[in-house]
Design a protein around this ligand. Structure first.
Ligand SMILES: Nc1nc2c(c(=O)[nH]1)N[C@H]1C(S)=C(S)[C@@H](COP(=O)(O)O)O[C@H]1N2
Ligand SMILES: [Mo]
Length: 505
């Protein structure tokens, strides 16, 4: 109990100190961040398949549980000899401090939350163990024979322990509250978005076939998938935000948020997709983005010969490598400031992120972006490339059945099968559906506004009673038909036909 209370105080105080030293220096977040960066691919894939988008919460709970076990052991050892307690806590404090100070962009002050937390933990452990010794009459203290005094001692120990947990909760909560006040929601609310110089095309009604269970053409911000390595969402103040374009360029330049907003903006529908998306998965969404064309900015900076990779960095030190050619070949690659008519949601990269049609997010879609360094593929491997993912990440042609649901039951007769297909920047030209072992039959691709978005599709199926399988495949404007071969997402995106089973009654 004494060990647990001491650890709780350390973590709580760490949260409070991290208000000044930065949220990523808090002990649990710092250690969790090191784990995120270090776990091998199979473990990560397993964790994501088990916990999905709750993988980060699961990691933090796991880290806290391990800490709790260790803290209880330290408490037990300290009862024998207090020096064990000091050593155990010091070890943990040092692990936290080392994790915090080695996080990207961390200053020396990042060690403080863990070290001050550890110091407080030693004091709490000392206090509680004294109380426990007095209560038990163990060790050097005289044995208390009086049962009443023994009971009073126990109560005192319990009271002190509860006070310890309470104090931990209060300082931890205070830290979290103060940190939230440093957040950027208010600044985000005050932003006036400029009108686009080149607006998005109006959406024809035909982009959204009226079928229950079919994904909407435009994904609302609050249900848009979120994938990143950030255990705490970076809070980047637009008032101090700057983008540096440097490296292998003739004319390095720096832009403020105000300068960015003053430039002519384009507005486009672009479908983002994650390379980790399984066949049939939902790590994909389509939004209307407002931003400054990256081509113009790069032309101003003047990339030098051989600068074939643009390395972008985020406020929290994540890195991404994008082919320079993809940013200058005329596609609508942009530094986006708005998503579906609102300033970017904080978890989707506020104040500025990259959006590049046709490339998976890990090689193109840097959120909270602060830096573009012109480099080369030979010179630099970005975050996921270092972990074995492909350096080049063009999005593969894929398709998905949204309705009926896999494993569902439908009534015999005409069933509208519907879903989405995508081949960003090439464009989906045809979709086909196969029932059981029958022939491939053409589905109806819905309306579209650009090759950079997904395309909904429908297929009228004359369903007969019994069990059936349905498969879908798409073709893109290059004439390529989506291959049957099932490949896992690692290392450059999944392939294979989405196939579902339905029962017709
Ligand atoms: N700063 C930062 N940007 C990032 C990432 C990240 O981990 N950190 N993940 C990328 C990946 S893998 C994807 S798929 C997209 C997802 O963007 P979204 O969360 O807005 O859907 O963001 C990209 N941008
Ligand atoms: Mo991703």
């Amino acid at each position: 109990m004494a060990g647990l209370a001491a650890a709780a105080v350390a973590v709580g105080l760490g949260e409070l100190v991290a208000v000044w030293t930065g949220p990523r220096s808090a002990p649990l977040i710092a250690v969790g961040g090191v784990v995120v960066d270090a776990v091998p691919e199979p473990v990560k894939a397993f964790a994501i398949s088990l916990f999905g988008v709750y993988d980060k919460i699961a990691l933090l709970i796991g880290t806290a549980l391990l800490l709790a076990v260790f803290a209880a052991l330290v408490g037990l050892a300290a009862r024998r000899d207090f020096r064990w307690g000091v050593a155990g806590i010091a070890l943990f404090g040092l692990v936290g401090a080392a994790a915090a100070v080695t996080r990207p962009n961390a200053g020396p002050a990042a060690v403080l939350p863990s070290l001050l937390g550890a110091a407080a933990a030693v004091a709490v452990l000392r206090l509680l163990l004294r109380a426990a010794t007095a209560a038990e009459g163990a060790g050097e203290a005289p044995v208390i024979e009086d049962p009443k005094a023994l009971e009073a001692g126990r109560r005192r120990f319990l009271r002190l322990s509860v006070a310890g947990f309470g104090a931990a909760a209060v300082v931890g909560f205070l830290g979290r509250t103060l940190a939230a006040r440093q957040g950027v929601q208010q600044a985000r609310g005050e932003i006036k978005l400029p009108a686009p110089a080149s607006p998005a095309p109006p959406l024809p009604g035909t982009v959204d076939p009226p079928v229950n269970g079919l994904s909407e053409f435009v994904t609302p911000n609050d249900t848009f998938y979120r994938i990143d390595t950030a255990l705490v969402v970076p809070q980047v103040d637009p008032a101090t935000w700057q983008l540096r374009i440097h490296g292998r360029v003739a004319r390095p330049l720096t832009l403020t948020y105000e300068q960015l907003l003053a430039r002519p903006m384009i507005e486009r529908y672009v479908t983002l997709a994650c390379v980790s998306n399984e066949v049939g998965g939902d790590l994909i969404g389509n939004a209307r983005w407002l931003g400054v064309p990256l081509k113009d900015l790069l032309d101003e900076a003047g990339p030098l010969d051989g600068a074939d990779q643009v390395v972008s960095r985020s406020a929290d030190g994540w890195t991404c490598g994008t082919p320079t050619a993809a940013l200058r070949d005329g596609r609508d690659a942009m530094l986006a400031v708005a998503m579906n008519g609102e300033p970017l949601p904080v978890e989707h990269g506020f104040p500025v992120r990259m959006v590049v049609p046709g490339l998976y997010g890990y090689v193109s879609a840097t959120k909270w972006v602060t830096e573009l360094e012109l480099s080369s593929f030979a010179d630099f491997d970005a975050y996921w490339v270092r972990r074995g993912w492909a350096a080049q990440g063009p999005i593969k042609t894929e398709s998905r059945i949204d309705t009926p649901r896999d494993g569902g039951t439908v009534d015999a007769g005409t069933v509208v099968v519907a879903g989405v297909a995508w081949a960003q920047h090439r464009g989906v030209t045809a979709v086909e559906v196969r029932v059981d072992d029958g022939p491939w039959q053409p589905a109806d691709p819905a309306g579209t506004v650009s090759p950079d978005t997904w395309r909904q599709w429908t297929f009228r199926w004359d369903a007969t009673p019994g069990p059936h399988t349905l498969a879908v495949r798409a073709a893109d404007s290059t004439g390529q038909v989506q291959p049957e071969t099932r490949l896992d997402p690692f290392p450059d995106g999944a392939t294979g036909w989405h196939t579902i089973s339905v029962q017709v009654r």
